[in-house]
Design a protein. Structure first.
Length: 461
């Protein structure tokens, strides 16, 4: 099965949509908040300017200089600098004010606290000031901007206490919801991947009552998988039935041909009968392999699993095929990574057949002088059995096809075999929960089977 890595969280559609919605919500909230602040502050500034201008006008209405100065002196003495600053400088240098220092201004001006000093009293954080020619001098009236500042502080408090937590809660909730949707979509994607790889028993998880859109998709995927599994099971059963029903008649034909061969026949007739016997023998072996694959896929063989030693099996198979390899001019070696038994739970006969099929295939397709290596090792607690050769190998695009029943490479159609050897190997590996991989041996083919090891290694059987 091909490995499928999950997509990056930020490539997930739910996650990207959630981030987009959070961004839209944040921008719209901040924009609305900023507009509200700007409108309210503008209103405050307008009112404050009107009050400053009205104060100036109230002094301009006084025409007599003495009366103006008397009122300015009275107002300067009675007005708190923290509320209003009053500065009048006459042309003759006379200064009337309730503050010690105040900067020169031109028109409406915001004056900060640092530019103003008073006689021991408090002053405002900032002023909105306006100057004008009144009587025989220049008059500056400055009103505190306390209301504007307090309004800004209120907006800051609302932003920190209300808007920011709302944005944070919305973001966390949205990301969690998107993460849950992404995980469910990833789960459905993985199920589809397993179905594509041939695991028709894979099913998608239905989290709720089936009313959500993702639940409906999961139910549809499960319905599709169930229908596909039923169809494949039906086809397997039909093929098994056909193989079973035809096996006996063909065996009878073989018996008749065998009897015919023992009668008085000339050389040409005997050759024809011999070829017919060979073909019927191949047909019988094909049917036997089909029936065996159907029996293995049924899973009933698992009931007779016992602790077995892969080490003992590979040693026996290498000993059995050693003479044949030597006779055909091939090298056949055994590579063990340690002295352990490499014990697993399985069927010894089927595991021996797997190894026999792989060694026979290698010896058949590797040219004379080539080498076949049977390896056994333990990687990350799991047992790995491999058969590697330096022959022509199998093209990458054909490696999935050769595990199908009756499939043969174009170059192999003239050689012995029925196209069921690797299909039988795949069925036995699946029965034992082993992962089967066909990879490059550079040059040649490497067939690697990775078995889940038991908690305690078994001894030889």
């Amino acid at each position: 099965m091909k490995s499928r890595s999950g997509p990056s969280p930020w490539r997930s559609t739910p996650m990207r949509l959630t981030v987009l919605l959070i961004a839209i919500f944040s921008v719209s909230s901040l924009t609305s908040f900023g507009i509200a602040y700007w409108v309210i502050r503008s209103n405050f500034d307008t009112i404050l300017k009107a009050q400053v201008h009205q104060a100036i006008v109230s002094y301009e209405t006084m025409s007599e200089t003495e009366g103006l100065r008397e009122r300015l002196v009275a107002d300067a003495g009675a007005t708190d600098p923290a509320t209003m600053a009053l500065v009048y400088v006459a042309d003759d240098g006379t200064r009337i004010a309730n503050v010690v220092t105040f900067p020169s201004i031109d028109g409406y001006t915001i004056v900060p606290e640092q530019a103003v000093t008073a006689r021991g009293g408090e002053i405002a954080d900032s002023y909105l000031a306006l100057d004008a020619r009144v009587g025989d001098g220049r008059l500056i009236v400055a009103l505190t901007r306390e209301q504007v500042i307090e309004m800004g502080e209120i907006f800051s408090t609302v932003f920190l206490v209300s808007l920011l937590p709302t944005l944070a809660i919305a973001s966390v909730t949205g990301l969690l919801t998107a993460g849950r949707a992404r995980d469910r979509i990833e789960g459905i994607r993985q199920v589809l991947g397993r179905l594509t790889d041939g695991n028709l028993s894979a099913r998608a998880h239905v989290a709720g009552s089936g009313r959500e859109d993702l639940d409906e998709i999961a139910l549809d995927v499960n319905a599709m998988a169930q229908a596909q599994e039923a169809q494949v099971s039906s086809l397997k059963q039909i093929s098994a039935d056909i193989a079973h029903d035809l096996k006996t008649p063909i065996q009878r034909v073989a018996v008749h041909l065998d009897r015919l061969e023992k009668t008085s026949l000339d050389a040409d007739q005997r050759m024809i009968v011999a070829r017919a016997l060979d073909e019927t023998d191949r047909i019988v072996k094909t049917f036997q392999s089909l029936l065996q694959i159907a029996q293995i896929e049924g899973g009933h063989v698992r009931e007779r699993f016992t602790p077995v030693s892969l080490r003992a099996i590979v040693e026996d198979m290498v000993d059995v095929f050693g003479p044949a390899a030597e006779e055909s001019g091939h090298g056949l070696t055994l590579e063990l990574s340690g002295p352990e038994a490499f014990g697993i739970a399985g069927d010894r006969q089927l595991l021996s057949q797997v190894l026999a099929n792989l060694i026979e295939n290698a010896l058949r397709h590797v040219p004379a002088g080539g080498h076949v290596a049977v390896g056994l090792t333990r990687i990350a607690g799991r047992v790995e059995l491999s058969v590697r050769d330096d022959g022509p190998g199998i093209p990458d695009h054909e490696r999935g096809n050769v595990l199908r029943r009756l499939y043969r490479l174009e170059r192999s159609r003239t050689s012995e075999g029925n196209g069921l050897g690797l299909a039988l190997v795949a069925a036995i590996c699946e029965l034992h929960g082993a992962e089967l991989a066909l990879t490059d041996n550079v040059p040649g083919l490497a067939v690697v089977m990775t078995f889940p090891a038991p908690s305690k290694p078994s001894g030889k059987t």
